[in-house]
Design a protein around this ligand. Sequence first.
Ligand code: FE2
Length: 488
Amino acid sequence: MTNLQTQKPKYTLQDWQRGYESQPNEYDYWIDNIEGEIPKDLNGTFFRNGPGLLDINGQSIAHPFDGDGMVCSISFKNGRAFFRNRFVKTEGYVAEKAAGKILYRGVFGTQRPGGWLANIFDLKSKNIANTGILYWGDKLLALWEGAQPHRLNPQNLETIGIEDLDGILRSGQTFSAHPRIEKGKDGKGDILVNFSVKTGLSSIITIFEFNSQGKLLKRYSHSIPGFAFLHDMVITPNYCIFFQNPVSLNPLPFLLGFKGAGQCLKFLPNKSTQVILIPRDGSKEMKVLPTQPCFVFHHANAWEENGEIYVDSICYESFSQGDLAGDFREVNFDAIPEGQLWRFKINLSENNVEHKLVESRCCEFPTLNPNNVGKANRYLFMGVAEQLSGNAPLQAILKIDWLTGKRQVFSVAPRGFTGEPLFVPFPNGVNEDDGWLLMLMYDAAENRSDVVILDARDLEKEPVARLHLKNHIPYGLHGSFTSHYFGE
Ligand SMILES: [Fe+2]
């Protein structure tokens, strides 16, 4: 039996907090401090985006989600790895760097200094480009769901500018940070599926499907009633699936300068979560079905099986404004519900949705073999807490084998902190778990970050390699991998 919880002492809040110190510097170097060996057949570039600044010249931002996007690239070639990081030179980043102070309000509560009078009716939003990173159709895009992407030069990570995808995105149109990639079948290339949301009293979801050269194949829109906070989506061969969280938005405190827009969300525990199924053939037969009230940022995967649709999602039992109040560094983990993995079974002929808890351990950032996106997956990987129950920082990676029920854990507790793992299949992999897991982790003992390469077949083995960076990278959000090499 696997020992799923090591007997390591618990983390300290001080250690965890240090991983949220700003990294204002930009680096380029070969990584030369390595434990283990980088596989010679791991070739390509691991990109990762996340907030790089948690303060502007000493003025703290209110929440990491408001932090300026900083993209890292770790490029692998012939057993070596080259590290680079660059801020996305957004209009807001450049202006605040020049001014040496906060000039913009953030969605998650960052305010201009000077109290509410300095913020009232200031509805300008800062496109912080901090959430996702995608290399598609020869373009590297830093994604933030509130606005258009920024295009970067993949070779040096310098910012080229706001990107409209060859005229497809209108000025200011949003483009989600959670695209899904459907692997090509029948000799066809991969398809990128992403979405845009315009929300208010009702909401319009627009789906875009692109071929592997970045050419738009399809665009279709649907309107749904009510305000919609839609961070993520899952796809199957026939559907795009969204969960509309049961939240309302009272914009008054935002308009009056007291709160960020994201702090004006109110969770409605007596209202259902709405499962929205949008057919990918462009027909108007959208379906909306109620299910258990819960709050979802991230889905793991969805698939169709025997006429039913399954969705695995990380659900929070609530989402309170209190989660976004005060200094995020002083968070009381015990006071906030943890994310847990739920499985939803959607029966379209009976119009009902069943749900069950499938993993109770505190988890986030699910990932799987990219070849299984939209199809049944045997294996799932995600960041988890070291402790088996309750809310805590992510300090381990969990592998679940749905076929056998077996769980495996790779832990960096007590002084290490994990985030999103990324699955990169072996070049000639056969089995679904034939691949590496790549991740950036923060090592509080050394105040630096490591790039960790795990053998996804067996998380209990020592890491394949642990690459010690010369610097720390604040906890980040999402990454992606391309087989193109963009190192020195
Ligand atoms: Fe996300």
